[in-house]
Structures are given as C-alpha cells and as structure tokens.
Design a protein around this ligand. Structure first.
Ligand SMILES: [Fe+2]
Ligand SMILES: [Fe+2]
Length: 176
C-alpha cells in the first residue's frame, strides 16, 4: 500500500480501542477557522469512530459511505480552492487524490480477503487527519478569509480580490 509522506499506519492505540469506545474525539485543536469546513470535518471524525465501532465483518457499507463522504469533503475544499485562485493541480488537491486512491485500494483488498484492512485504514486516517486539518485545511481556511470568500454561500465579496492570484502550493503553508 502506498501512503503519502505524512500518512503512515497507526498502531499505538489499537490495543486499547474497543467497539464501544470513541477512538478519535472531536476537539478544539481540530478547528480550522472555517465553520462549514469544521462541520464536514466533524462528520469525517464521526464516521471514523463509527467504522471502528463496527465489527470487521460488517464494515463494508459503513466504509463505502465514509469513502463517498470523503470524496465530497475533498471536492468541496477543491471547489473553494478553484474559486479563490488556486490552480487545479495544486499540492493540497494532489494530497487528497493520494488519500482517495489509497482508500479505494483498501476497499478492493477488503473484498479480496483482508478483513482487518478497513480498521487499519481508519486508524491510519485518525493519525493523519489532525496534521492535515492543522496545516493544509487551516491554511485554506485562512486564505478564504483573507480573500473574503463565504464558504456557506460559496461566493466572493469582491471577485477582484483574487485577480492575478494563481497558486500551485497550499496557500499559507508548505507542501512538503
Ligand atoms: Fe478537510
Ligand atoms: Fe484538505
């Protein structure tokens, strides 16, 4: 399985997780500065916990719903990026694509024979997500605010604010 640089399997908590526990709590440290983005992220976290509370032989439908939600989650951010001056091939979007590709491979392996792989993927995403939310997503949220983009209505207060802005990076944060 190919993981991007900041995305590695997480194992430290697997021995303490139980089906009824909340594996990944929602905390203030996950806030990005954009309420709509945070709402989507809270759903993402809830779905990770839902997967980990589900017996492994019953995880497929929950995982499929999570994958569909993640497709929409990432598409929403990429739509906002394009609306505010990012180029389509920016590194934040490339990062999303790597995650989605890995998630689809996990579904295929689960269907093939590996009934523990969805649990391992959910644990890995729980480890990956805070870093992504605090860097690329928080950077995007700060950028949206700086150009006057309303993420609820998906409109710019002043479209001229993004004139001559074309970014291939991640806004205020490094892609490395
Ligand atoms: Fe996000
Ligand atoms: Fe993101």
């Amino acid at each position: 399985m190919v993981f991007c640089a900041a995305f590695t399997p997480y194992t430290a908590m697997t021995q303490t997780a139980t089906p009824s526990s909340t594996f990944m709590p929602w905390t203030d440290s996950l806030h990005t500065g954009d309420a709509r983005m945070d709402e989507t992220h809270q759903e993402f976290v809830d779905m990770i916990n839902q997967i980990l509370a589900t017996p492994e032989d019953q995880q497929l439908p929950v995982y499929k719903a999570f994958l569909n939600h993640t497709v929409e989650h990432f598409a929403q951010e990429e739509r906002w990026m394009l609306a505010t001056g990012f180029s389509a091939d920016n590194c934040h979007a490339e990062h999303h694509a790597t995650i989605l590709e890995t998630m689809r491979v996990v579904e295929a392996h689960y269907l093939d024979s590996d009934k523990t792989i969805i649990t391992r993927m959910a644990e890995a995403l729980a480890e990956w997500f805070p870093g992504h939310a605090n860097s690329m997503d928080a950077g995007l949220a700060a950028h949206l605010k700086s150009v006057g983009f309303d993420s609820v209505t998906e409109t710019l207060a002043d479209p001229s604010a993004i004139k001559n802005v074309t970014m291939s990076g991640c806004g205020s944060v490094s892609c490395s």
